[in-house]
Design a protein around this ligand. Structure first.
Ligand SMILES: Nc1ncnc2c1ncn2[C@@H]1O[C@H](COP(=O)(O)OP(=O)(O)OP(=O)(O)O)[C@@H](O)[C@H]1O
Length: 241
C-alpha cells in the first residue's frame, strides 16, 4: 500500500496571474501578474483601494471566473486547466462563498436556504447543525425578511459552511452591517477557521478586520503591494471599529 500523501501546506499558489476584461482600447487590466502562496488553514484578509483587483482574484481562486493567463493551483490541481464541469465540481465540493448582501432566497426559510446546498453536497452537515454553529438554532423556520441583517449574514455563513468547505471566500461580509453585528459575524468566521481548519479568505474595506488575520495582502492597481504576517491575530471580539 502507498504511504499517505503528505498534506500540501498551501491552499493556493498562483503564478503570474492576469485578468483582462474586454479588449482593445476599452480593455481593463484587473490583475497584472499576481504571484502568491496562501497557506492552508489561515485567515487571509485582502485590503486595497476600490478597483484594485481584490474581488477578481477572489473569484478566480473560488472558480467563479477564469484567469486570462498564468496558473492558479488549489492544492495540487491547476484550476486553469480544469474543464467547466470540473471547475463546477471544485466549487461544489471545496468552496463556500459569503457575499455582502447575503443572497438568500426570500421565499425559503433559513433552514431551506441551507438545504438547497446540502442536498447536492457530498458530505454535508445537517442544516440545523450549521444553524447551531452560527448561533441561530432557534430561527430555522424563519424567512429572511424576519431576520436582521447580521442574522441573515449568519444564515448565509451557515449555508456556506454546511457542506464543510476546504476554503471559505468572503467578499465584504460585514459591508452592510453595523460594527457590533459585523464583529459578531467575524467571530463566526474565526470560530469556523479554528473548529474546521477551513482556510478563510476575506476581501474587505474594513481595515480593522486585518487584525484578526494570519496574513494581510495589500492590493493596488491589479497587483500585490505588500504582505504582512500577524504572529498574534486578535480575537474578532476584541477588534475596535
Ligand atoms: N465584468 C467586468 N467587466 C469589466 N471590468 C470589470 C469587470 N469586473 C471587474 N472589472 C474591473 O476590474 C477592475 C478590478 O475590479 P475588482 O472588482 O476586482 O476590484 P476590487 O478591488 O474588488 O474593488 P472594490 O473594492 O470596489 O470591490 C476594476 O477596474 C473593475 O472595474
Amino acid at each position: 500500500m502507498l504511504p499517505p500523501q503528505p498534506q500540501h501546506p498551501m491552499a493556493f499558489a498562483t503564478k503570474q496571474l492576469t485578468k483582462v476584461y474586454g479588449a482593445g482600447d476599452t480593455a481593463v487590466h484587473a490583475l497584472r501578474g499576481v504571484t502568491i502562496d496562501i497557506p492552508a488553514g489561515e485567515i487571509v484578509v485582502l485590503l486595497g483601494p476600490s478597483g484594485s483587483g481584490k474581488s477578481t482574484l477572489l473569484n478566480i481562486l473560488g472558480g467563479l471566473d477564469r484567469a486570462s493567463s498564468g496558473s492558479v493551483f488549489f492544492q495540487q490541481q491547476n484550476l486553469s486547466e480544469l474543464s467547466d464541469a470540473e471547475l463546477t465540481r471544485y466549487r461544489r465540493d471545496q468552496v463556500g462563498f459569503v457575499f455582502q448582501f447575503y443572497n438568500l432566497m426570500p421565499s425559503l426559510t433559513a433552514r431551506e436556504n441551507i438545504e438547497l446546498v446540502t442536498e447536492i453536497a457530498g458530505n454535508p452537515m445537517a442544516a440545523d447543525a450549521a444553524l447551531t454553529l452560527v448561533g441561530l438554532q432557534h430561527r430555522g423556520d424563519h424567512f429572511p425578511s424576519q431576520l436582521s441583517g447580521g442574522e441573515q449574514q449568519r444564515v448565509a455563513i451557515a449555508r456556506a459552511i454546511a457542506k464543510r468547505p476546504t476554503v471559505l471566500f468572503c467578499d465584504e461580509p460585514t459591508g452592510a452591517l453595523d460594527s457590533n453585528t459585523g464583529r459578531a459575524v467575524l467571530k463566526v468566521l474565526q470560530d469556523i477557521n479554528k473548529e474546521f481548519g477551513a482556510t478563510v479568505i476575506i476581501v474587505t474595506h474594513a481595515a480593522n478586520t486585518a487584525k484578526m488575520a494570519d496574513r494581510v495582502i495589500y492590493f493596488a492597481d491589479g497587483d500585490i503591494r505588500n504582505i504582512s504576517v500577524n504572529t498574534q491575530p486578535l480575537s474578532a471580539g476584541a477588534i475596535e471599529w
